[in-house]
Design a protein around this ligand. Structure first.
Ligand code: ZN
Length: 151
């Protein structure tokens, strides 16, 4: 134990201000790499859970395609601009999207938990990248009544 203490203090004595600066730089680089590593690990998990949907949803996130509409009554609807330019009004609270992929893969075939639009909504919310827009209760009513029409 005494030997360890001696070795440690010798190392500290040898360190000097230049080495200390290098250690700080190394520590900062390590922390940056940890953040990158966490991002990579999260992406691997997303890809594992959602397959190709993960990449498609992240593409929507990159394009800032998700907008949260909120009305004075407290209702919220997420609108996602799809890759084809069509606007989908999604209900994240009950995992519903009017897109054809949701109807086929989630509702009919039951081989997917959600579509890329719903996943993009959740990712945008988690990353704080959702666009916000306030609408009147009347406008919200129009959006909600259009849900059954695939809009
Ligand atoms: Zn969808």
């Amino acid at each position: 134990m005494c030997t360890d203490r001696t070795a440690h203090s010798t190392g500290a004595a040898l360190a000097g201000p230049g080495v200390s600066l290098t250690l700080n730089t190394l520590a900062e680089e390590l922390l940056r790499n940890i953040k990158k590593l966490c991002s990579v690990l999260l992406f691997v998990r997303l890809k594992f859970l959602f397959g190709s949907l993960a990449l498609q949803a992240l593409d929507l996130v990159d394009q800032c395609s998700v907008t949260c509409l909120s009305s004075p009554s407290g209702r919220k609807v997420f609108q996602v601009l799809g890759g084809s330019g069509k606007l989908y009004s999604c209900l994240a609270s009950c995992h519903y999207c009017p897109c054809p992929a949701f109807a086929f893969s989630v509702l009919r075939k039951n081989n997917s938990l959600l579509c890329k639009h719903i996943l993009a909504v959740h990712l945008c919310q988690a990353m704080g990248l959702t666009q916000q827009e306030s609408v009147s209760d009347r406008q919200m009513s129009d959006v909600l009544s259009g849900l059954g029409n695939g809009t």
